[in-house]
Design a binder for this molecule. Structure first.
Ligand SMILES: CC(C)(COP(=O)(O)OP(=O)(O)OC[C@H]1O[C@@H](n2cnc3c(N)ncnc32)[C@H](O)[C@@H]1OP(=O)(O)O)[C@@H](O)C(=O)NCCC(=O)NCCS
Length: 327
């Protein structure tokens, strides 16, 4: 087992946000150049802005690392040159601390020397010693090198999800299906169950998905109204009974694409998507914003393509459980 390899600490040290942020941003940019999406570019801008602003840095270097900044971790330095990085993001979830590992990057001239493996092992040691119950990370499905590295350091695959994107500038004029209608109060039991199946906790915790956003109960509706939250639902119904067969629910987002969440059963999935996806494209055309849908990888791909969606990425979620830290 490769994860028994001892950590050789000589070149590894904790990230120092006061001096490492610019070189870390440069390293991430050069290592991920081909795969950065608009959110990734925003993230780099955010790191560089933080590096340039002493007031943000003072706040970030406080006593606790359990704040929501991605700027803890370890770097690999040789001859004062920063050539490797791993970021650690602590997250409080379900009453427990877990860590997200991100930005694993090694300068191209220094690869295949075991640097990423040793950074990963050091990060796992850190996470274990901080009492967390698990480490998580995501890796693109078209990155077998990194996937192999994580398998060898003890991670196991938990889920594989594709993000489909429909560009806002190619709205489709479609024959909308006569059986698509707005949501009714009695639909929630179906929608709630299917949303939970398609976005289970092990997937939804890292998406900006919150089941409560869609609950039609007056209390949640009042909260949405007070917050000025927008949303829209399209429901495909069974012709004879009017029973829901599938839902598409839209909400705007602060990221570069708005979100649409799908709720349907295995049985109706393809039929529901065939009609709901063109309806979504058609109805959201006026917004001139991309729409993104997170969906289990390898499922209903024809439906998404036929409705004009393309793959942004397929991410594999991997977990390194730490049962010794579960009390
Ligand atoms: C992925 C990456 C971090 C690996 O860094 P590295 O220091 O070269 O990796 P290591 O030398 O520690 O390799 C550890 C193991 O990972 C696997 N691996 C790493 N690079 C590989 C490659 N190019 N092809 C196949 N396997 C590879 C191997 O199993 C390797 O063990 P081995 O060398 O004994 O066969 C580096 O290639 C990189 O920065 N890539 C671009 C950014 C990136 O994709 N980051 C991961 C995001 S999830």
């Amino acid at each position: 087992m490769r994860y028994d390899v001892p950590v050789q600490a000589a070149h590894i040290r904790p990230l120092n946000v006061l001096k490492d942020l610019f070189p870390v941003a440069d390293l991430i940019e050069s290592c991920f150049a081909g795969t950065l999406d608009p959110d990734g570019r925003d993230y780099l801008r955010h790191i560089r802005k933080s590096a340039a602003d002493p007031s943000i840095l003072r706040w970030m270097t406080g006593p606790s690392e359990r704040i929501s900044t991605p700027l803890h971790g370890y770097v690999w330095e040789e001859d004062r040159r920063l050539i490797g990085n791993i970021s650690l993001i602590p997250i409080y979830r379900g009453g427990k601390w877990i860590y997200l590992i991100a930005n694993v990057a090694v300068h191209p001239d220094f690869r295949r020397r075991g640097i990423a493996r040793q950074l990963t092992l050091r990060a796992l040691e850190h996470i274990r010693s901080h009492g967390a119950t698990a480490a998580w990370l995501q890796v693109r499905s078209d990155n077998p090198a990194a996937y192999q590295l994580y398998l060898e350091t003890g991670f196991v695959e938990r889920s594989r999800r594709t993000t489909w994107v429909g560009n806002g500038d190619s709205g489709m004029m479609v024959d909308t299906h006569p059986l698509i209608s707005p949501r009714r109060r009695g639909d929630w039991a179906w929608q709630e169950r299917w949303l939970q199946e398609l976005y289970p906790p092990e997937v939804s915790w890292n998406l900006s998905f919150d089941l409560r956003h869609f609950n039609p109960h007056w209390w949640y509706s009042a909260l949405r109204w007070l917050n000025g939250d927008e949303q829209n639902h399209w429901v495909l119904r069974q012709p004879q009974t009017g029973q829901p067969l599938g839902f598409a629910s839209w909400e705007p987002s602060a990221s570069y694409a708005d979100h649409v969440w799908i709720a349907t059963s295995d049985q109706y999935e393809r039929y529901a998507l065939k009609y709901l996806l063109p309806q979504v494209r058609h109805s959201l055309y006026h917004r001139h914003r991309p729409t993104s849908i997170n969906f289990p990888a390898g499922r209903a791909e024809d439906n998404f393509r036929e409705a004009g969606f393309h793959v942004l990425n397929t991410l594999v979620w991997m977990e390194h459980p730490m049962p010794e830290n579960v009390f």
